[in-house]
Design a protein around this ligand. Structure first.
Ligand code: MG
Length: 173
């Protein structure tokens, strides 16, 4: 059985993952409206990934006989001046998510819940990738420093990103 403390923390994380999904959908919609098709695609993929993260936590809580409680999703920002600004908000947000995952690891360890500790390893690794990936886009956008052709090329590149089902969900969607 999951302890109540861990069950509550996992439910809070499910909500945080949906909030992330909502944030990235908002960024995708905003980029699309401003003509950045590639940026819109990149955040649309991100939107799907965050929903998958929520689903992984949901499946896990259910597998452990816990109760999943879906809480309201707080509102998100709806407009960004530039794609760079959206990516800068994204890196700040992903660092926050990393700290949430670390805190979950801490609680799982304190509760001596080794199954949860193991499940969280995938998320610990995933956050390293997330931060690295977002930083790469920020570096590219800073390198072109507002140059329109440079931004056009980056947007073309971001259009090629495709969604890949996260390993813990493979065959379960
Ligand atoms: Mg996530």
């Amino acid at each position: 059985m999951l302890s109540k403390r861990l069950e509550d923390a996992l439910n809070a994380q499910i909500n945080a993952e949906f909030w992330s999904a909502y944030l990235y959908l908002s960024m995708s919609v905003d980029a699309s409206a401003k003509g950045y098709k590639g940026v819109a695609n990149w955040f649309a993929v991100q939107f799907k990934e965050e929903q998958a993260h929520a689903q992984i936590f949901i499946n896990y809580v259910l597998a452990r006989g816990g109760k999943v409680e879906l809480a309201p999703i707080p509102e998100v920002k709806t407009s960004w001046e530039t794609p760079l600004e959206a990516f800068e908000d994204t890196i700040v947000h992903e660092r926050k998510v990393t700290s949430l995952i670390n805190e979950l690891c801490h609680i799982a360890a304190e509760e001596k819940d080794f199954a949860t500790s193991n499940m969280l390893v995938w998320f610990v690794d995933e956050q390293v990738e997330e931060e690295e990936n977002v930083q790469e886009q920020i570096d590219a956008m800073r390198a072109v420093d507002g140059n329109k052709f440079g931004m056009y090329m980056i947007d073309k590149d971001l259009a090629t990103r495709t969604y890949v089902t996260p390993t813990p969900l493979a065959g379960k969607e």
